[in-house]
Design a protein. Structure first.
Length: 453
């Protein structure tokens, strides 16, 4: 086959892939090996309807079929590591730590998208400063639960409950704009990153200046392989990554991708990411993280990072605080929840415990390029710049680490299989002599995901 014929064949494959209803665009990527980059078109209706059926059935029953407890608000919480119900004490910790992080934003007018059974709403409604709370959800059974607890608001709070999908325009604030928008433990059910960005864009449009958008309990995409390995420990003689990916239908996000949203949305001026809080070790505290998107809040300028440690990291940071001095940053500490064998490993909780020591503020975040498997710590004396940030040190994403899947892993593999079948249907005699198809890569903003026969 001549070079011209080969190029014509590649162009034909690109057109064929671009014609598929699940593809928004396709293009040829130059290189020694044929590679076609495909931008997927999310099947929003199919995915959202599937989760709606699941939650309607779960919430409507009012019973936790896994037998964890009798509290209808805690229905359905399963630890992915053990495949068992999350113990009540751990769920209470999960609620308390989430609410504490949201309260640090000093919310007055709140929009919660995907409020579920009201675990967060019920706690925030007791806040004396709350003026407005709007909760939305897709499931009818969830709406009934939310309405049943809406009366907990104080005498000055206005509470509304609205049924609808996350991607529709939310109800407008009665006070001119929400200062806090919450999407907690919701993003994993979204069909794509594109869908998430659409939800965020709509939320930003109804927010007040200097507002905050809290993204809670996000699955860390950088830790997915570690998560699959720990989940299968003792049950799989030969670990099969693809097998786990094909069964995973939930969206995962890398902390670096979330930080990059500062460049996606002009209104977002700073982004914090931090591992989940909690002393109990489970799927949420080990493999998930929280984020805060700031609208109009500028990140602080920090001093150069501290040099190496003498002894355990938490003790070294405590000594720095006790000695007084300038704000400092420590970077690249190993998260002991993932790896407790490293000399610099430390549990995030032992670092957060230093917050308030000598009046200092201590913030623990995800290290750029390494996700929540590695930590960076900021400590500053009373009055230091950065007091405004409650989770971590804001900072840009590592551009070399923006390896974000546009779809949940299982849907990515399903789409690749579909596209291979679609392409092979017209290859016929035009198929290369070696019988191999070109590599199909999902993109364009999310490199590194390929599928090949």
């Amino acid at each position: 086959m001549t070079a011209a014929e080969s190029r014509a064949q590649l162009d034909s494959w690109v057109r064929r892939l671009a014609s598929h209803p699940q593809v928004a665009a396709a293009r040829l990527v130059p290189g020694a090996q044929p590679r076609i980059e495909v931008t997927p078109k999310a099947s929003v209706t199919e995915t959202v309807d599937g989760w709606l059926y699941l939650f309607e059935d779960l919430y409507d029953s009012g019973v936790d079929h896994a037998g964890s407890c009798d509290d209808p608000q805690l229905v359905g919480w399963i630890d992915g590591l053990t495949q068992k119900p999350v113990p009540v004490a751990q769920m209470r910790e999960w609620v308390d730590t989430t609410v504490d992080r949201i309260k640090s934003l000093r919310p007055r007018s709140v929009l919660e998208i995907g409020a579920g059974t009201g675990l967060i709403m019920g706690e925030l409604l007791t806040s004396a400063t709350l003026e407005e709370y709007v909760a939305t959800d897709l499931a009818s059974a969830s709406i009934e639960v939310l309405r049943s607890i809406s009366g907990r608001g104080g005498p000055h709070s206005r509470v509304r409950v609205h049924q609808g999908p996350a991607h529709e325009d939310p109800p407008a604030s009665e006070g001119g704009g929400y200062d806090t928008v919450i999407l907690n433990s919701v993003a994993q059910y979204f069909p794509s990153v594109e869908y998430l960005e659409d939800v965020i864009a709509r939320a930003i449009e109804c927010m007040a200046p200097q507002g905050h958008l809290f993204l809670g309990d996000l699955r860390d995409a950088t830790l997915l392989t570690s998560y699959y390995q720990r989940r299968s420990a003792g049950t799989e003689a030969d670990f099969d990554l693809e097998r786990h990916q094909r069964r995973d239908l939930e969206l995962s996000l890398s902390p670096d991708y979330v930080k990059s949203l500062e460049h996606v949305f002009g209104a977002v001026t700073a982004v914090e990411t931090a591992p989940r809080r909690g002393r109990h070790l489970n799927e949420m505290t080990v493999f998930r993280f929280d984020a805060v998107l700031h609208l109009g809040c500028r990140p602080l300028v920090t001093s150069p990072p501290e040099p190496g440690f003498a002894g355990a990291p938490a003790k070294a940071i405590a000594r720095h605080i006790e000695a007084g001095g300038h704000p400092a940053v420590w970077r690249g500490l190993t998260n002991a929840r993932l790896d407790g064998t490293s000399a610099d490993s430390v549990d995030p909780e032992s670092l957060w415990a230093l917050d308030g020591l000598g009046g200092w503020k201590v913030r623990v975040g995800c290290e750029p390029g390494l996700g929540s498997g590695a930590l960076q710590v900021w400590a500053g004396p009373p009055g230091a710049a950065g007091d405004h940030f409650g989770l971590s040190l804001p900072g840009g994403a590592d551009p070399k680490a923006l390896d974000q899947l546009p779809l949940p892993p299982g849907r990515m593999w399903s789409l690749l299989d579909t596209l291979k079948t679609h392409l092979s249907a017209e290859l016929g005699e035009a198929e290369p002599a070696d019988g191999k198809m070109p590599t199909i890569q999902l993109g364009p903003r999310f490199p590194g995901v390929t599928g090949q026969e």
